[in-house]
Design a protein. Sequence first.
Length: 285
Amino acid sequence: MPDPLADRTRRAASFNTASAHYAKYRPSYPPALYAALEEALGRPLAGVRVADIGAGTGIATAQLRERGAHVLAVEPGEGMAAELRRTLPGTPLVRGDGNALPLADASADLVTFAQSFHWTDPGRALPEAYRVLRPGGVLARWWNISDSSHTWVADQADRLLAHFGPEGAAHGAHIPGRADADAAPAVGDPVVGALAKAPSRPRAPEPEPVADAPLTHRIPWSRRLTVDDHLANLASHSLFLVADAALAQDFLDRERARLLQLFPDGHVEERYVVDLVLTTRPASA
């Protein structure tokens, strides 16, 4: 019988073999997402201390920095961290994961998990996130989910399931454990000094503090790109990275032919809904 934990670990690690590909083809996030973060914080992102957990290649990290936030990236994967360092060389980065954050207590105004919370153990990651948040700070978890209300998106999802079996549902669909389940940093860097600490031993899970009721948003958006770039985005998902290479390539070849029939100009409109869940650590905590 397959070991779900081992499979999740294998799939999470697969991104390190394709970090540059991931950075090039994965979608970013719409401005409305960051407006929702500012509304939850009650202030602009400029000057906000952010811990971006599971930062990957830095897609959300870069957008947060563009809005003036002071961002510390936390990323466990060697390949993903190397790509983040390459593209965002001025961004402080520490190696670690959401289950045992190497960050100081009450040190962040905002803790973010952009497309990454489902790789954690929620029973450990949630207490850790609330520990790192200052009282009144906000925890934000979000995912780009393919919007199957559009026929071609739903049809592609059906083809993925037919080709790969149950594992095919992992692309842009409900992810179990999602929001609805509940190099060394530079010395003297002000963000690192505020947030980071070297843990002397693994931290035992702490009881989850009471948080405000979750505030959920569903933010539709889209991006237009070539069929080939869309397929390259597909190929950056762990489903493809861990699959038999011939099986994965067969799907991509067949899908390219189908999409070019459907979109003869060679471009598709990728349709997404950002699932965003916001919770606040009580000011009295």
